[in-house]
Design a protein around this ligand. Structure first.
Ligand SMILES: Cc1ncc(COP(=O)(O)O)c(C=O)c1O
Length: 413
């Protein structure tokens, strides 16, 4: 016989539900701020939907299409029925291609037990932080930082400890980190080239940081998402090249998203000592299981196939960077250091803020309203007074957008 709940009980259940709304978001998540970079994207989208001619410098993704050989590898994998679950750490082929890449580029031979594929670099960071951080642990993060770092730390119950790096042109040093270390410091998150500043930690400084952390038994998470987009004379550098004793407490988070214009494929990886990797695999096995199987085959081809597309994208970014820097510096009051990597300019606008515009947030909001141009407020990255301009967009868009920014700033006079 079917159980039928008495009407009175149903009524009271419905009342309980109504009384408990709005949704009782968990403590962990209620402390999380929505991503300010995604907020900029949504604002652009909303404006575009009204038919406005929007220039969007908000996007943190390449404007290039995924290279053909990579797309073909995914299609072939699909046709061949490679559409099932894979091992949590990724297919053997993908693991091996990551190992081969690091050995070829940086001369370091990782074991399979130290390599796992993830659903984007973001999941590698998430896995690394939640497996390491206990409530109350301090995690040092240099400003300006990629918005997701402190949010994952807080989610894990940790305490982000921010350090100012403006005095050194936004390049963190070992001395700065040393001043911030306390007995509660568990880890430092490093990101070079940096999103949003585009600055690069010079290899010798990176090594000095890692020596300091090894001395103090502090862990390091190195986000190398923009590893291969570096403009000479800055050098491509991975923490993977460091001697083994400096990698004992290191997790590298890598990504296919930017290097191969594969943002939507959601493929990244983590390289970490076996015990750390084992813990990360446990988390991943209970969350996403494994990155999408066909995306893994595409990523394997990305690493094993021709690399001309990476060089071509870098050449294009190099040309755009040169043009953009000149155009920005041509606007009175704007100061902009040269980005050495990634594809963002991070201009200081404090010299052109006037009247009602006292913050970079207000600047970005008014620029969107009056000139339909999207830039990302630096305050979200911990750098009030700055905005991030992505040049992962066409020269035509750069030219139009810079014309608008100039017009907007001139109107402020
Ligand atoms: C600094 C940094 N790290 C990691 C990521 C994550 O990239 P994905 O999850 O697409 O691999 C991004 C993406 O914007 C980033 O800018």
């Amino acid at each position: 016989m079917l159980y039928s709940a008495p009407k009175k009980r149903i009524d009271s259940l419905m009342m309980t539900q109504a009384a408990s709304s709005p949704f009782p978001v968990s403590e962990n998540v209620s402390h999380m701020k929505p991503s300010s970079t995604l907020a900029a994207m949504q604002a652009a989208e909303a404006l575009r939907a009204t038919g406005a001619n929007v220039v969007d410098f908000g996007a943190g993704e390449p404007d290039f299409d995924t290279p053909e050989n990579i797309k073909r590898a995914a299609a072939a994998a699909m046709q061949a029925g490679k559409t099932k679950y894979t091992p949590t750490a990724g297919t053997r082929e993908l693991q091996q291609s990551i190992i081969d890449f690091y050995q070829g580029q940086f001369g370091t031979l990782y074991e399979r037990s130290e390599v796992m594929a993830t659903s984007g670099g973001k999941q590698a960071l998430f896995n690394a932080i939640v497996t390491l951080i206990n409530p109350g642990d301090e995690v040092i993060i240099a400003k300006p930082y990629w918005v997701t770092f402190p949010e994952i730390v807080v989610f894990a119950g940790g305490i982000p400890v921010f350090i100012d790096t403006e005095e050194n042109g936004f390049v963190v040093t070992a001395a700065m980190i040393e001043r911030a270390i306390t007995p509660r410091t568990k880890a430092v998150i490093l990101n070079s080239p940096s999103n949003p500043s585009g600055r690069v930690i010079p290899p010798a400084e990176f090594q000095a940081i890692m020596e300091l952390l090894a001395d103090r038994a502090v862990y390091a998470i190195s986000d190398e998402c923009y590893l291969r987009f570096v403009y000479p004379p800055a050098e491509v550098f991975s923490a993977a090249v460091l001697p083994a004793n400096l990698r004992k407490r290191l997790c590298i988070a890598g990504s296919f998203s930017k290097t191969y214009a594969m943002t939507g494929w959601r493929l990244g990886y983590a390289l970490a000592p076996p015990e750390w990797t084992k813990a990360m695999l446990k988390v991943q096995s209970h969350s996403t299981s494994n990155p999408t199987s066909i995306a893994q085959w595409a990523a394997t081809e990305a690493l094993r196939g021709p690399q001309e597309s990476v060089a071509a994208m870098l050449a294009e970014y190099t040309a755009r960077r040169a043009w953009l820097l000149e155009a920005l510096r041509d606007i009175p009051g704007i100061r902009c250091d040269e980005p050495e990597g990634a594809f963002y300019a991070f201009p200081d606008l404090r010299g052109c803020m006037r009247g009602e515009i006292k913050t970079s947030g207000e600047f970005a909001r008014r620029l969107l309203e009056e000139e339909q141009t999207v830039v990302t407020d630096g305050a979200g990255f911990g750098a009030e007074g700055y905005v991030r301009i992505s040049y992962a967009t066409s020269m035509a868009q750069l030219e139009e957008g810079l014309k608008r920014i100039k017009r907007f700033v001139e109107r402020l006079d």
